[in-house]
Design a protein around this ligand. Structure first.
Ligand code: ATP
Length: 314
């Protein structure tokens, strides 16, 4: 095993019936890093997470998690990992504290009372400990889930879309907590569809169609994409979209608020395409400015390209 990595897996493959859900995925996460796991619905994020923590047997590939073999040491990995699933469930008719007592028994935590008190305080749940879990709002439920999966002090936290449907303030608080945990040395892998959350991560891995398309810091991913973007602002910008999308030199066009972002790999061709569309529709009052592509621009372009390749190869 590598001393350096908390997760070190190579060539992970998972098939369901005849379909490949995950295809040859490599991942290396260092201690204390926060990784964002992104990709469209069904791209294989949950399946990969489940293989890493030994809940699902990989059909091919090998590697270690916390220095343990993912194919052989599943039980030991699970004991040292906090895994928050998409549908993390509680006893809704038990209080916050009673739920944590239940989890503490499950993990055979020693000195339960003290550990539960500390966890409640750390996550700002102490004053609410008697509230029924079923009556909590989305943000508080997520905190309870985080309390439940961190109470046994895991070295690795795997969070599968932990903030889906949670309001922005609660999501921000949740992320503050994630960063606090990483400062204590916990390694975190979080799957998310939110771009602002991706930007809070040290590193990102992006999956599409079961394949790892890119990984690195936000800036590295933007730079590696070699995507160029131009932003248009003006009253007639909405009329341009469908005409621009018909142009084969333009890989991607979409609205960001009242602005139109147009992206591709050759700015000269993009500008030509825009000019053709404007001339055809007799639109001349749009101001264009070259901008750095956003992470979302890059991910949409990557997904479209990968999808095109897949369709192209049948
Ligand atoms: N137990 C299963 N049996 C059959 N197919 C499965 C099973 N689990 C996942 N799949 C399929 O594998 C593919 C990858 O699914 P997975 O849940 O890993 O994607 P995901 O990236 O986590 O998606 P989402 O963002 O929607 O959560 C999908 O096509 C899914 O339908």
């Amino acid at each position: 095993m590598s001393e350096e990595y908390v997760i070190d897996v190579q060539g992970l493959v998972k098939r369901f019936a005849n379909k490949i859900a995950v295809n040859s995925v490599d991942l290396q996460l260092k201690k204390g890093e926060v990784w964002g796991f992104l990709g469209p619905n069904g791209s294989g994020k949950t399946t990969t997470i489940r293989m890493i923590c030994g809940l699902l047997h990989a059909d091919e590939g090998h590697g270690t998690c916390l220095g343990l073999d993912i194919q052989k040491d599943a039980e030991q990995i699970r004991r040292q990992t906090g895994y928050m699933t998409q549908r993390f469930s509680f006893w809704s008719d038990l209080s916050i504290r009673e739920n944590l007592e239940f989890v503490a028994r499950l993990y055979q935590i020693k000195n339960k009372r003290q550990v539960i008190d500390d966890t409640l305080k750390k996550l700002g749940l102490f004053d609410r400990q008697k509230q029924l879990a079923g009556a909590l709002s989305g943000g508080w439920k997520q905190r309870l889930a985080l309390a439940a999966v961190t109470m046994h002090k895991p070295k690795l936290l795997l969070l599968d879309e932990p903030t889906a449907g949670v309001d922005p303030q609660a999501r921000r608080d949740f992320w503050d907590e994630i960063h606090r945990l990483s400062l204590d040395g916990m390694t975190v892998l979080v799957s998310t569809h939110y771009m602002d959350e991706a930007e809070r991560c040290d590193q990102i891995a992006y999956l599409a169609y079961g394949e790892l398309i890119t990984k690195g810091s936000v800036q590295q991913i933007i730079d590696q994409s070699e995507l160029v973007t131009i932003k248009g602002v003006g009253s007639q910008v909405r009329a341009l979209l469908s005409e621009i999308k018909n142009n084969t030199n333009i890989e991607q066009a979409s609205y960001f608020g009242s602005a139109l972002h147009v992206s591709g790999h050759d700015m000269t061709l993009i500008k030509q395409g825009i000019e053709q569309a404007q001339t055809k529709l007799n639109i001349h009052d749009i101001q264009w400015q070259e901008v750095s592509p956003t992470l979302e621009d890059v991910f949409i372009a990557l997904t479209q390209r990968t999808g095109g390749d897949k369709r192209g190869h049948g």
